[in-house]
Every structure is written in C-alpha cells, then in structure tokens.
Design a protein around this ligand. Structure first.
Ligand code: ATP
Ligand code: MG
Length: 397
C-alpha cells in the first residue's frame, strides 16, 4: 500500500469515528438516512451512495435516501428482491463488490433508466440490526480505480452503526406518533361512551334521543377523519407511499378545488374567489396529493375565517416556480403560533375550542409539498387575515 493511500484510509477512519458519534444522537429518520448516505459516499470514495430499506410484508426494497436523487424521484422507486443487486445483498446477508455493473445479470436496469444515473462500479453491504437484514447500503462509481477490501471494511463498519441508529430512530418515531394518536382518539371515544350510556337509560325522551344520535353521528365522522389523517401522515412519514409523477395543469386543479369547496364556503356565508392567469405552466408531481394540500388550505381558510369573510385562491408563475396561494380574511395567527403551525397535532389556543380539528392538516401539507421539492410558507396579520403559499418547482423542459 502506498503512503498516500494509507493516510487517506486513516483519515477515512477518523471521519468515520466522527460520523458514528453524530449518528447515535440523530432520532429524525430522514436526517439520519441522509447523513448515512453522505458518509457512505465519503468514506468509500465514491460518486454517490444510497440506502434501500426492506419491507418484508411486501417483499420489496424502497429507496429511502440517495446522495444523487431528489425526493419525488425516489418515492416512486421500488426495487424487487429478485433480479436486483440490493435483493441479492438482502437475501445473502453479504457484502458485494462489482466492477462492471452494467454487465452483471443481477443489475436492475430500471432504476438507472428512471434516474438517468449510470452505475459502473458498485460496493454494497447489508444493513443488519438485531441479526435481521433491514436493508442495503450501496456506494456507486468509485472515484478513482476500483472498490477494494479496505473500502468494503470501512463501509461495513459504517453500516453496522447505521443499522442500529435506523432501528432506534424508527422506534422513536413510532412510539412518538402512536402515543399522540391514541391520546387524540380518547376525546371522541369518551363522548361516544357518554352518548351510548344516555341511550341505555329508560327515561330519555324522543327529542333527547335525537340529540344523542346526532352527537354519535358527529363524533364518528370525526373519528373517521382523524384516523384518515393519522394514516396519511404515518404513511408520508415512513416514506412508503409511492408518489405519482405526472404532468398536469395547475389551473384546472385549482378550479376543481375551488368548485369542491364552494358549498362549504357558502354554508358559512363566505365568498370564495379564484384568480389565475389565462395560462399557467404545467407542473410535474402527484396531482392528487397537491389537490389534498390545496383542499386542506381552503378548508382552514373556511374554518378560521370571520363571518361574511372572503377566501382568495390564486396561482402565479415565476421563472423557476409556481406559487399557489390561499388568502383569508380571518382572525390571523399570532407569531408565537406560527413557529409551531406545521408541527403535528399543533392547534392554536385561539381556535382550539371554536373549530374541531386534529392539528394534522398542515403537517400533512408540509410533508407533501417537501416531497415535491417545494416549500410552504405563511404570512399572517392578527385581525386581518392569513395567506398560505405553496411554492413548487417548475418542470424543466
Ligand atoms: N387560515 C388560518 N387562519 C387562522 N388560523 C389557522 C389557519 N390555518 C390554520 N390555522 C391554525 O393552525 C392550526 C393547525 O392547522 P391544521 O390544519 O394543521 O389543523 P386543524 O385545522 O386544527 O385540524 P385538521 O387536522 O382537521 O386540519 C389550526 O388549529 C389553527 O389554529
Ligand atoms: Mg386544518
């Protein structure tokens, strides 16, 4: 081994030690996975690295993080266990070095086609936690020369620590979310029990009975809405739902959303307006999910408006992005609340008692928008109103 290579190996191990300390303290799964792939590319001296996690129930591997792919592209990438190198790693629980991936029969070419990334050399290792293979970590395209045993060893070292950190982050995430969800279910369940107790009494009048049934109807609807939101968020957070990637006309989408919400606004005596230019550029993404975002924002603008208020939905195009905004003439949001607005289950005290909700709507919106490489922003003035704006990158022609 040359002196040069030795120093760099030493330097790589020093870097690994630094990363390990960092990984152990990261409980946010997304951030953790990104750090692992970045570290993997670095310590193995390769062009890019990715993590695929294994879903046993589906028998498939999902791309969870990659240094060279963006989120929407990754969401749709599913790799079969058979006929893929990652699948081979999972099944055999062994590392692998391939010098010429293009000519390897196990190479799953579809990913390369979808991502326009050519894989030449590859070093892959299994991620093993508690004796179970949970996924594969792959580094591709060694920057100089071919992958060596040294590269494999250092990546195995990183992988063993990464696997433990992933398991911990998953447990943390689940316990956190499940505890909060169960807590939220208690209130409607308690009202349902009170209602059924009342119905069991012999001395309830016909009129009281009707009221109780109305309560039951209302609370069950609320439970259904809540469980739908829980599931949506849990799926989004796990990164397991594939996003469609289709080209669509955002103007038509906004029109549809406004049409769907018109009755709800009218019921509350609110005006709901739409402003869009004659032509908006097409965007690429998951139409249904963007629709969910817009409907959520309009629904908030309806719920948190003032009597006889107005809601204005508009679309604008800028050189690199499309901006969808939803403005209302409601109570506005205090600065102290704005900082937590997109947190799960957060509801401001100002509205908590007057409007029913779970506090998940905006958290779901944020997940969806960020999965499209966009961002969601809010501007608000207390007593005047609020504007939410969704910025989505335009598809490059
Ligand atoms: N347009 C708005 N004007 C004023 N306050 C708002 C507005 N939109 C959201 N908020 C505040 O932010 C909180 C969180 O909104 P979010 O949509 O996440 O949850 P929610 O509306 O309470 O419940 P749900 O999960 O049913 O949507 C709301 O409870 C409300 O206090
Ligand atoms: Mg809401």
């Amino acid at each position: 081994m040359t002196e040069q290579a030795q120093i760099s190996l030493l330097e790589r191990y020093r870097r690994l030690a630094e990363i390990s300390r960092n990984l152990a303290s990261t409980v946010d799964l997304d951030i953790l996975l990104d750090r692992i792939t970045e570290a993997a590319a670095h310590v193995s001296g390769s062009e890019a690295a990715s993590i695929l996690l294994y879903d046993e129930s589906q028998g498939q591997l999902y791309f969870e993080s990659a240094t060279n792919l963006d989120e929407p592209l990754m969401q749709g990438l599913i790799v079969p266990v058979e006929d893929s190198i990652a699948g081979w790693i999972i099944t055999n629980g062994q590392p692998i070095i391939i010098d010429d991936t293009q000519n390897d029969p196990r190479h799953f070419a579809q990913v390369g086609k979808a991502t326009h990334v050519t894989t030449n050399s590859l070093l892959g290792i299994p991620l093993i936690a508690k004796d179970k293979v949970i996924g594969a970590l792959e580094a591709i395209n060694k920057l100089s020369g071919q992958f060596t045993q040294d590269d494999q060893e250092i990546l195995m070292d990183l992988g063993s620590q990464a696997a433990v950190a992933i398991e911990n982050a998953r447990l943390f995430q689940q316990s956190d979310l499940i505890a909060e969800m169960v807590h939220e279910l208690r209130t409607p369940l308690a009202s349902l029990r009170t209602a059924s107790h009342l119905l069991l009494r012999k001395d309830v009048s016909e009129e009281q009975m009707r009221k109780v049934v109305e309560i039951i109807d209302n609370e069950t609807t609320r439970l259904i809405d809540m469980t739908t939101s829980f599931l949506d968020l849990a799926r989004l957070e796990s990164g397991r739902i594939p996003f469609n990637s289709e080209v669509f006309d955002p103007g038509a989408l906004l029109q549809e959303c406004v049409g769907l919400m018109q009755n709800k606004a009218a019921e509350k005596n609110l005006r709901l307006n739409l402003y869009i230019p004659n032509e908006l550029p097409e965007i690429k993404g998951d139409q249904d999910k963007i629709k969910q975002v817009v409907l959520n924002l309009i629904s908030n603008a309806v719920n948190y408006n003032k009597p006889s208020g107005t809601i204005t939905v508009s679309g604008h195009s800028h050189p690199n992005e499309l901006v969808i905004s939803v403005n209302d003439t409601g109570s506005g949001i205090r600065q102290a609340d704005i900082t937590h607005l997109f947190d799960k289950f957060y509801r401001s005290q100002a509205t908590e008692n007057s409007v029913q909700g779970t506090g998940l709507g905006l958290a779901i919106c944020k997940q969806i928008v960020e999965a499209h490489n966009g961002r969601i922003e809010v501007q608000s003035e207390v007593g005047i109103g609020t504007t939410f704006s969704v910025h989505l990158p335009l598809k490059k022609s």
